[in-house]
Ligand binder design. Sequence first.
Ligand code: PLP
Length: 259
Amino acid sequence: MSDPRPTVLFVSGHDPGGGAGIQADIETALSLGGHALTLISAHTVQDTRDVAGVRAADLPLLREQAALLLADTRIRAIKVGLLGEAEQVPFVLELERRTGAPLVVDPVLRAGGGTELASARLIDALKDALPRIEVLTPNAAEARRLAGVDDLEACGKALVAAGARNVLITGGDEPARSGDDAVINRWHRQDGTKRAFSWPRLAGTFHGAGCTLAAAIATLLAQGLPMAAALADAQAYVHGALGRSFATGRGRLIPGRRP
Ligand code: PLP
């Protein structure tokens, strides 16, 4: 059967403001030619400035939803964003095992506004899951927390040593250095090779950029792109979306995901 719109399964939180989470996933998949299947891992209370609350979704409901989706649809990639509780990690790994689809994980540990979004147990569960992860996309702060070291090169090495097959550490959350307006994203591979991508730093602060990047990587992998092309094209897509970003509230800008 032809597969004109490869299907990506997104396990993400709902952001009622439409900047991050599952809406970012759906918009990205649609823009890049994929189709989104969605499992809502958590409901959030938030605006464009910060997150005020997170409620984990009911795990038995997620299991029921997944059972029918997996029986009905060929899933080409899985993207995981915000998780509501540590118990959702084994659920996600079960999805990976049953589909055999590459697992792209954006470890959402803290909102851009500063609120903590992951418990110590959830962080430990994510670390244990690293050997099952095809692509991990932490920002610099998340990479430091997961790896437990400060230097970003050392973080990349530690996270692939812990089992992740590819780690793309994004540098958008690093402070701009005077005289240097580049955002450096670092790709580390299991074989020890690495590559840095440099992007002009855009003015403004953004809400949902990380979700958009991981969703784009998953959608492009679902279409069969090789890893290097998926990572490069996904970053270019995010850079374009950030360039088209717009304000809906008093906080950060929302990426313009539709080209
Ligand atoms: N809310 C949800 C549902 C998310 O998935 C995320 C990030 O992935 C956030 C909030 C935080 O996004 P940001 O740090 O871009 O504001």
